[in-house]
Design a protein around this ligand. Sequence first.
Ligand code: HEM
Length: 363
Amino acid sequence: MVELHPGTWLVTDPATTDRLLASRHALPARVEQGAATTSWGVDGLQRWMAARRAMRPWLTPSAAARFAPAISAHARSAVVRWASAADIDVMSEGSGLLSTVNTHYILGRPSPTLTRLVGEELSAAERARPPLLRRRRLLRAQLATLTTVHDHLRTEVPPADLVAALADAGLDERTTALAVRTMLLSSHHVPAAALAWALHELSSRPDLQEQLRGETTAQRDPGGTDLPLCRAVVREALRLHPPVWQLRRVLDAPVLDFPAGAELLFSPHINQRDRAAHPDPDRFDPHRRHPDSHPPPGAYLPFALGPRFCPGSHLAIAELVVVIATVLDTHVVVPHHAPAPARGTLNAPRGLRLTFLPHRPHR
Ligand code: HEM
């Protein structure tokens, strides 16, 4: 671990990462900022944690697997559109597709308006640096998303399972709307970056695409998520290219040798290329691990670890597996324009363009 400047440490040892992130005293620094900008208020942390608990039964692997047919239907119409163009901007198209899928899951039906508003809010947040005008634009975008979520919650009868779970847990309408908005914002660019990286890796591996096609054809439950090779591809893409490449925590009490108030930085990108845990770490190799074996603690954390790990992780894995399987079932993906290095807090393949061609089976 390295002290970057007084009070701030970069922690890269996997075992120490695991122990620190598991601590309830390690709070995401984001929360304090978020409380000011998204109006969760002073008791926002307790209300958000209550919302997380209430949503848990609807974010399990089996709940996500039940949604596979809807994910597959969205992916099928997307790939037909992608194949009608010479090449596509993978991040932009992937964000549209996965935001549609996640909005459908969270709200019970797709909402093109919310998909657009969430995209606009995220772009405004990326650009919101000091100029007052841009901050105002961000506040306007935040308000537009929240108001539209409120409208949806008031008019949709019966509510989606996930929304009903929030109400059943006794959470008020404002908390429910804020929780739904948090879920919508978190499920837009981040899973799209994961999909884009996986497709990028697959685009130069026609052999692997063919193996995935064989697995989809042979699966017992057509349109399901029981696809071990496809899962391994997703897992490996998330290892080599974690969309969230850095995590920040602030300690509200001493943990291990760190004092209260210490700021800790972790990097899934660095830990997931740890040579001891992942031999030949820069190579994309979905076969590197037996499906039932796990990397050492703290060496694999694309969804973070501990009490604030990603609540959408099972849904994200299911949708990535089903989207990739559906797309490759009928199409071949080939490179068109290589990505530029990522910038900012999201590790996304900037400018990546791919071509989708109809798959012609050998006779
Ligand atoms: C491959 C896709 C995804 C990846 C790699 C990912 C990764 C992460 C990571 C690393 C965090 C922790 C961030 C931090 O502590 O600073 C996080 C938090 C979060 N994620 Fe995801 N995520 C993905 C998809 C999703 C989806 C689909 C949803 C919702 C349906 C979602 C909802 C959230 C929420 C609400 C949080 C905040 C949790 C909290 O602060 O308590 N994520 N995600």
